[in-house]
Design a protein around this ligand. Structure first.
Ligand code: HGA
Length: 607
């Protein structure tokens, strides 16, 4: 959420800033803005809405200068408007911010008492005014920025630019991620390495509490106590071309279609050469040490954990507790010493998940994370970080990251089962051989695109949609409903099939489509009974099942989708495809903004 960027370059900064913001737009698109210093003079341009509005503005009102900062906003404090757009400017100071300044009211009161006027509703303006007050009190830009940072509470990544200073950026990180990019006689700042990919692959991640004083020739980093520190410089493998749509109409469509490939890549990364065992990159994970697993995540990643709970409990006989990070972090759960804590986050920067991870440090035996961004804060703060290898995911609604999270969690559950003696080496080899059929099955499921498109045209007329599933298909029902809500804005709920009669069945009428995910597995008959209860009340059912299932249960249903048969254990991964395509085509039929749905952002770095 909110992307920030800074440039001290040898070329015009505005186009570089805009290109970097394009790469950060997945973090928010309420407004965008840039500021530069040119001939000693600080100036800025800001526009509400998507980045394209800022680009248009810059055509008519260009901004010169080789030093600059930029921002793409997901508003927390103050409505999306030009006035509230970053960079915020106060006197000689401009600042961009990702996070929330929790003590902004106190600071604002104190500054108002000194005669400083506020013109925005944001927390961030306080930062600019506080820095201005320090400059006016006689401090140098560096000292003014440091004094300001010291006074702030809450979460922030900040980048300061000063009037008259064409070779100085000051960056700070507390709670929100921030990276420095090293060029040849140029240096950069960005919320993540993707933002910097066009400029450099040499990156230093700031640690918690770090501040950096940056010129074109130097980067000096200080910790929160003011002591100068060295932070590791890394070469980032960043294929900048991968954030193209590759002929698809939307990133989401491209990312759905990539699933056979990325899952095949994940499998080849984690499977041993003979394919009969799982090789984890870190040998420190011994599943015999644990008597309990706690899994914590948010949104789609939480539903991946929910699915994995079924796998760990059924296959590895390990009890699993799951929770959403925003609740987990404050409920102070007791933690037994032999707990394996697993945190799942696409970006690896999810603020609540990171906070939950920090709560578990020193309490759980092992902190393991499952992330898409190997260099992320969550990965770096874990004992063991497992990559999901989905590649850059741009669509705000997660698709390929979900199925890759599921794949890695399924492998972990199988590894746990084998290590704990719950399954034999032969059974493990057989399950892994099943798993290797998945990319082919996913490709066949993608062939249902036309069918799902036709169904979705009708779904787009609905006001409410219910999703049902039983066993490990229940979390997929939750994910299907979330996906539909996120991008089509149709109200949808997921329920455990058997739970429907305990209340939600009152919602059933002929206008409410009910989507049932039911492969022909051990629970199939039970799910079909629940489906009959819906149809007996006039409900119209879309049944997603396989050949065997449809042969038995197609009578009386409104629509059917015939899926390939899949080994039971991995059905949630395969059935994710229709869940995603239904949401996608319904959203396209409604004409919503599929890749950047309203009110959302991809990487949730605020509470
Ligand atoms: N609080 C600031 C920054 C918001 C942010 O980082 N969102 O992710 C604002 O509202 O502008």
């Amino acid at each position: 959420m909110c992307g920030i960027v800074g440039v001290l370059g040898n070329h015009e900064a505005a186009p570089i800033l805009v290109e970097a913001l394009k790469r950060l737009e997945y973090r928010g698109y309420d407004s965008a803005g840039i500021a530069t210093v040119h001939n000693g003079h600080l100036d800025r341009r800001r526009a509400v809405g998507k980045l394209v509005n800022l680009s248009d503005l810059l055509v008519h009102e260009p901004l010169a200068g080789k030093a600059g900062i930029g921002h793409t906003r997901w508003a927390t404090h103050g409505a999306p408007s030009v006035t509230n757009a970053h960079p915020h400017k106060a006197g000689p100071v401009a600042v961009v911010h990702n996070g929330i300044i929790e003590n902004f009211r106190e600071l604002r009161t104190a500054l108002s008492a000194k005669g400083y006027d506020f013109v925005t509703q944001t927390d961030t303006e306080t930062v600019a005014l506080l820095a201005q007050s320090h400059v006016e009190a006689g401090l140098s830009p560096v000292d003014a920025a440091v004094a300001t940072i010291d006074a702030l509470e809450g979460a922030f990544a900040l980048c300061f630019l000063f009037d008259g200073e064409e070779d100085l950026l000051i960056a700070a990180r507390k709670g929100s991620p921030l990276a420095i990019g090293h060029g040849q006689g140029e240096n950069f700042v960005g919320s993540d390495a993707i933002a910097l990919a066009q400029m450099t692959d040499q990156v230093t991640y700031l640690d918690e509490g770090d501040r950096a004083v940056i010129t074109r020739e130097s980067v000096s980093i200080f910790d929160a106590t003011g002591a100068q520190v060295q932070r590791e410089r890394r070469t980032i493998a960043m294929d900048a071309a991968r954030i193209e749509k590759a002929g698809h109409k939307h990133f989401m469509a491209k990312e759905i279609a990539e699933q056979p490939t990325v899952i095949a890549e994940a499998l080849s990364y984690y499977l041993s050469q003979d394919g009969a065992d799982i090789t984890l990159p870190n040998p420190g994970l011994d599943f015999t040490q644990y008597d309990r697993v706690v899994m914590v995540a948010c949104g789609t990643a939480f539903y991946a954990c929910y699915t994995a709970k079924y796998w760990f409990e059924q296959v590895a006989r390990l009890p699993v507790e799951i929770d959403v990070a925003s609740e987990f972090r404050y409920r102070e759960p007791p933690v037994s010493a032999n707990t394996l804590a697993i945190f799942v986050s696409q970006s690896g920067e999810t603020a609540d998940t990171l906070a939950a991870l920090r709560y578990m440090k020193g309490k759980a035996k092992t902190i393991l994370s499952v992330v898409n961004v190997a260099e992320s804060s969550i990965a770096r703060e874990s004992d063991i970080a497992l990559p999901i290898l989905a590649g850059v995911e741009v669509g705000v609604a997660s698709t390929k990251a979900f199925s890759c999270q599921l794949t890695v969690l399924a492998l972990l559950a199988l590894k746990a089962a084998r290590t704990r003696g719950e399954i034999s080496a032969e059974t493990l080899a057989a399950r892994l051989s099943d798993l290797r059929t998945l990319p082919g099955l996913l490709t066949r499921a993608l062939d249902l695109d036309e069918t799902l498109n036709a169904v979705s045209n009708e779904l787009s007329e609905a006001k409410d949609v219910l999703f049902l599933g039983r066993g490990a298909m229940f979390p997929l029902a939750l994910e299907g409903a979330l996906k539909l809500k996120e991008i089509s804005y149709i109200h949808a709920e997921g329920y455990a099939s058997g739970e429907l009669k305990h209340g939600p069945i009152a919602l059933i009428d002929s206008h409410t489509p009910v989507i049932v995910f039911a492969p022909h597995d051990a629970l199939f008959d039970k799910t079909v009974s629940n489906m009959q209860e819906v149809m007996a009340r006039g409900g119209k059912v879309l049944l997603v099942s396989d050949k065997k299932g449809l042969e038995v249960a197609r009578e009386g249903v409104w629509q059917t989708v015939q899926m390939p048969e899949v080994p039971d254990l991995f059905a949630p991964i395969l059935y994710a495809i229709p869940a995603q395509l239904i949401a996608y085509h319904t959203a396209v039929a409604k004409g919503t903004d599929v890749d950047q749905p309203r009110n959302l952002a991809k990487s949730v770095t605020v509470e």
